[in-house]
Design a protein. Structure first.
Length: 124
């Protein structure tokens, strides 16, 4: 029997599928998603401005709602933030530390009221 004369590709069909660019030109990730990495966008004023803009449907993002609560003169309690976002307490604390504090560069202050309730407030 003679061997087939068709050359074999050095990459598998799966690898070829994964490396196809999307319509925007971005390459798909391992799980097939095409979203940009979080460090690709600006992380200071531009990110904060995007967070406070309305979405195309006319709604504000959760991040914008949270920042507006935190920027009130008396700040916001953990319960206020949980009701506004629908997140659990540990997710709120992670958001305050990671997104608000580190990514957006705001200073997050917390204080306890006379009743023992902790209030969070964003500065600058």
């Amino acid at each position: 029997m003679a061997k087939s004369s068709t050359p074999k590709s050095s990459t598998s069909k799966t690898a070829q599928r994964r490396s196809k660019p999307t319509a925007s030109g971005a390459r798909r990730g391992r799980n097939g998603s095409s979203r940009a990495s979080p460090t690709a966008a600006g992380t200071t004023i531009e990110t904060a401005a995007k967070a406070t803009e309305q979405s195309p449907e006319g709604r504000f993002s959760k991040q914008a709602r949270m920042l507006s609560l935190l920027s009130r003169p008396d700040g916001a309690s953990l319960d206020d933030l949980m009701r506004a976002s629908g997140w659990q307490a540990h997710s709120i604390r992670g958001f305050l530390s990671g997104t608000v504090g580190k990514r957006l560069g705001h200073t997050v202050r917390s204080s306890k009221t006379d009743g023992g309730e902790r209030r969070y407030h964003v500065e600058g």
